[in-house]
Design a protein around this ligand. Sequence first.
Ligand code: ATP
Ligand code: MG
Length: 464
Amino acid sequence: MYKKVFKKGQSSRAQSSQTQGPIVITRDQHPVSRQDISSNALKVLYRLNKGGYDAYLVGGGVRDILLGQQPKDFDIATNATPEQIKALFRNCRLIGRRFRLAHIVFGRDIIEVATFRGHHDSQQAQSGDKKSKQSEHGMLLRDNIYGTIDEDAERRDFTINALYYSVADFNIYDFANGVKDIENRVIRLIGDPETRFREDPVRMLRAIRFATKLDMTIEAETEAPITRLAPLLDNIPPARMFEEFLKLFVSGKAVANFEQLRAYQLFTYFFPIVEQALSAPDSDNLQALINLALGNTDDRLANEQRVTPAFLFAAILWYPLQAHINQLKASTQLTPQDAFFAAYHELMSEQQRSIAIPKRFQLPMKDIWILQDKFYKREGKKAFKTLEHPKFRAGYDFLLLRAEVEGGELLELAKWWTDFQQANPDTRSQMIKSTSKNTSSRRNTRRRRKPKSSNGGQRQPNNH
Ligand code: ATP
Ligand code: MG
């Protein structure tokens, strides 16, 4: 598709040498038009140019248009420093310590403007220099050395992300042969892969994300060190891992990303406990529940429906939580409810060491889990109370997934709740009466069958 629009063989190097300077692709040779770019991004580009600075659309904004996709956001690179950018825009906020950036705010739309990054000399990085800082593993802890556009291009991650589009001349400047890689659908790191992954291990995750999003292949040399360097992800702060989780799992490609992360042994840096359970025998239900939840999320996003990460966390962590609850029940005197809360706290404090799940997602996730137990308790007014629970819908959707995975008794329960929601008041009362009858007769049966049962035939929540 792209090959047809891009006129081959007409681009030229900016400088005479074939190895220096970018390939320049003029307007008549490429399909990027201002109509593809948001008006806010255009405003920022023009204002920077008017202020006497160079400014380019860069990264996903150019790459996705070339691929015939709609960019998710528009990133701009400029030779203006953050302070100079701030002086030009009233609606500008400077953010970030590790990587200082300007945000130009247009209501809910934010255009990110980055000053060209320069090279770090490693002495500077390891000394106490405030602008640049490197860890013992070669990870860049701070990247605020400014430079030229050439240097900026070399500091970008993949060749396909080092394309710069200018509204001053409408050219695309291709510094790392990214257009060729776009044509060949290849994800290739700029520079030495190991060094670049060490500088920022998140690039391993980005390689996978771009490969699935753009339907591309990770080039062999870029791919080779990934699994070996995977443990470097342990050094990434949990808050950044959470951001990456969202990009991988709430992006429309969750199923593919999950599969790839597991294949490269990267998934464990998001969910170590879950990875352990997935690698153990008998992980079919866990695998199935995760895939169903991720597939649902992908479908919903494709249909422009709302999704919440809380639902995904509930699904991914459900079986490990159950295992932990069961373990506590077997080894302590805790009531089922106390076992749930104890297991919940232990699991979550462990989990938070990998990805920092904000409270606003933890709370609804917990509600979804608590509802799973409430769905069993339908007598008296209980079913009506459950129906009014603010997270009923998510809890019910989760029950449907569990029923799909496990079948049996859960399918009946799910069907009961489906019917109950649709029933009129009379039928609802009827349904509750017959459930209570069923439940009590089942309890009696159990008592008769197991007269010595220590829990008196009580139903066990959450361990079905
Ligand atoms: P998308 O926005 O669709 O996820 P993108 O390529 O625009 O893709 P962003 O995270 O928005 O990705 O980053 C914008 C650009 O900044 C990238 O295209 C890349 O050039 C550069 N960049 C981002 N993260 C890194 C990184 N970790 N290392 C090097 N360059 C990066
Ligand atoms: Mg972007």
